[in-house]
Every structure is written in structure tokens, then in C-alpha cells.
Design a protein around this ligand. Structure first.
Ligand code: OGA
Ligand code: NI
Length: 359
């Protein structure tokens, strides 16, 4: 029986395209051209600031937890959320052994033969499963990536049909990981509420039911990386994202002042970014920044984005506690309307967010 949440969410029909990993494995000594649908002229044209030449803010969760340091760390967190909309999170307390198991299991999954991965392929009208998201037309440019998306929380919303059984440890590992990341997310939301000067549980309550999903991205090596993109420029449609770089290959770039900054992930850190819902809820105090993933010629790259979403039954809009009778800078709309708009706008930079602004 369909659950209440599923009944309320609009269905999305993504066009499925061939596995990029399979496509990439066909490139040999005599065949180097990336097919036309993957060619993105903007990649060569854009200005990129290399990793190492700037500093992405680093937030220490152990300091946020420690009364001696928490006030200063909360202030730092607030600046990071408002200026970059991105930060690296260290000392998050997620067990190293768990992270190693997460990395090993997702790598083993993507290394399976295609037929086995297709056992959990995305089905009609759904978002869960292995395949491609955000392809809505046959003309659209394509990303150099394969993906596995899973709804992970609340547990009642999981559709195990899409949860791999190979490797055999996969389900248990991701169950554990999902719970841990919910806890870390909660701590961050409490600290952000304090920074915004609102009751500490307001943001957490906005994400009532703690809906959480994970997108696992597999970016194969690409023979012409300067012409293709692993993941198109986009903002995350959700509340808060925690990204785990699985295999120490870098590729995330974020946009600031019309330039792209290549992020060098600190070992063991999560890269955290504000999604659209938090930008809107904070009435623009926090920023949902455009980001994308680039690819390279020699190495595959795997990442896992953990998304904290808003409850589907609620409204997306500036929080009255933040606005305090002042001007609302964004429209308020039902989550289902918002979600429909986000999906049909494809991954098109900040265009959709800009359309929600009140000038
Ligand atoms: C995402 C995302 C970036 C990356 O999945 O939303 O932005 O580096 N991923 O994989
Ligand atoms: Ni993203």
C-alpha cells in the first residue's frame, strides 16, 4: 500500500540513459571522442580557482559540542553558512570503521557487472534506485556519472526493493550510516538555530520526521574531461547536504563571485552545504550555492551525498521566527509544488531559486 507521503509527492519521470561506466569502459586506444550529448562547452570557458589557493571554512563539531568553545564556533559556522554556504566538518565523531565499511560497500556495488546493478534500477515515476536523475528530455545534455539513490529515513519510507543485497553487508552498513548522519545533521541544525537567534529546535522541527536520502555518485574516468561534467551545476533542493568523498579523488567545484573553486576535501571530513530549503527558511541569511563535479582522465571517483529533506507535507518559506515581522525575501509554497518546480527545472544552476525570490 502506498504511504501517505508517497501519495502527496508528485511523480517524476526521468528518462533513463545508458550507464556511463559501461560507455567509458568502451573507450580504447583508437576511440577517444566523448559522444555529443556529454559535451559541455562551458567547462573549458569557465574560470577555475585551483584547490589549495583559497580556504573553505572548517567547522569543528567537537568544538560546537564543548561549552568552552561553542559560542565562537557557532559564530564561525554562521559566517560559513552565510558567506560560502559550504564548509568542511571535522571531528564529527562518525566512527572511522563505519566510514571504511560505507566506502568499501558502495565501491563494491559500483564494481558489480551492469546486469547486477540493474536489479535495483530506477522504476517508472520513482527516484530510488540505480540509474540517472534529472534527465527529463531526449535533447538534454548528460552528466558523466551513474547514480544510486536511496530514501533512507524515515525507515518506514524505505523501499528495500532498491537497496542492493550485493555486497551482502550493504543494507546493514547503510542503515547504520543513515542513523549516524541524522545525528550529526541534528547537531548542526541546533547550532545553526542558535546562530540565527531562534529557539534551538526550530530548524530541526522544520525537518520533522527527518526525511533523509542518499545519492551515491560514480564518476568514471573520462577521455575528454575538459569537455564533460560529472554533475551539472546545481543547488541542492533539500535542507542540508553532507558529502563524503569515498576514494580520495577530488572533483567538487563550488561557485562564488562567478568563479569556480575546486574543493580539496580534508581526509575524514564531510563537506557540508546549505540546500535551497535552508536558504529560504533563513530568509537568505544562509546561501544555497551552486556546485558541480568535474571528472578526470585516469581515475574513477565516488561520492555519497546525504540529503536532509523537509517534510513533504509542510510549506517551504521564510521562517516567521527569522523574519520577525520584516520583509520576506522568498515566496512560500507547498513542498509538493516546490519539489515539482525543482525537478522540472532540471539541474540548472540557481535559476529555480532565483525564481522564488521576492525583489
Ligand atoms: C550532489 C553533489 C557533488 C560531488 O550529489 O548533489 O553535489 O562531488 N555531488 O559528487
Ligand atoms: Ni549537490
Amino acid at each position: 500500500m502506498a504511504s501517505t507521503l508517497e501519495e502527496k509527492l508528485p511523480t517524476v519521470e526521468f528518462v533513463q540513459v545508458e550507464s556511463v561506466q559501461a560507455l567509458a569502459s568502451n573507450f580504447g586506444a583508437s576511440y577517444y571522442e566523448v559522444p555529443d550529448r556529454y559535451i559541455r562547452p562551458e567547462v573549458e570557458a569557465d574560470t577555475v580557482i585551483e584547490k589549495g589557493s583559497f580556504e573553505l571554512p572548517v567547522i569543528d563539531l567537537a568544538k560546537l559540542r564543548d561549552p568552552k568553545f561553542s559560542q565562537a564556533e557557532i559564530a564561525k559556522l554562521g559566517c560559513a553558512c552565510g558567506d560560502w554556504g559550504f564548509f568542511q566538518l571535522i571531528n564529527h565523531g562518525v566512527d572511522k570503521d563505519l566510514l571504511e565499511r560505507v566506502k568499501a560497500d558502495i565501491t563494491a556495488f559500483f564494481n558489480l557487472p551492469l546486469e547486477q546493478k540493474e536489479a535495483v534500477a530506477i522504476a517508472n515515476n520513482g527516484i530510488d534506485g540505480f540509474g540517472h536523475h534529472f534527465v527529463v528530455s531526449n535533447e538534454q545534455k548528460l552528466d558523466w556519472a551513474d547514480m544510486l539513490f536511496l530514501t533512507t529515513q524515515p525507515v518506514s519510507e524505505r523501499n528495500l526493493r532498491f537497496w542492493p543485497t550485493n555486497p551482502p553487508t550493504f543494507r546493514d552498513t547503510f542503515d547504520e550510516y543513515s542513523l549516524m548522519l541524522n545525528k550529526v545533521t541534528r547537531e548542526l541544525l541546533v547550532a545553526m538555530s542558535k546562530d540565527l537567534g531562534i529557539e534551538s529546535d526550530v530548524l530541526f522541527n522544520l525537518f520533522k520526521g527527518q526525511p533523509q536520502g542518499m545519492r551515491m555518485n560514480y564518476y568514471p574516468p573520462c577521455p575528454q574531461p575538459e569537455k564533460a561534467l560529472g554533475l551539472s551545476a546545481h543547488t541542492d533542493g533539500v535542507g542540508l547536504t553532507l558529502l563524503l568523498n569515498v576514494n580520495d579523488v577530488q572533483g567538487l567545484q563550488i561557485r562564488k563571485n562567478n568563479m569556480w573553486f575546486g574543493v580539496e576535501t580534508l581526509p575524514g571530513a564531510f563537506v557540508v552545504n546549505m540546500g535551497n530549503v535552508l536558504e529560504i527558511a533563513s530568509n537568505g541569511k544562509y546561501r544555497s550555492i551552486e556546485h558541480r563535479a568535474v571528472v578526470n582522465t585516469t581515475k574513477e571517483r565516488i561520492s555519497i551525498a546525504n540529503f536532509q529533506s523537509q517534510c513533504y507535507l509542510e510549506t517551504v518559506g521564510p521562517l516567521p521566527e527569522v523574519v520577525r515581522g520584516g520583509k520576506e525575501n522568498y515566496k512560500s509554497l507547498r513542498y509538493v509544488e516546490y519539489f515539482k518546480g525543482y525537478c522540472s527545472a532540471k539541474l540548472n544552476g540557481r535559476n529555480y531559486m532565483e525564481s522564488l525570490k521576492i525583489n
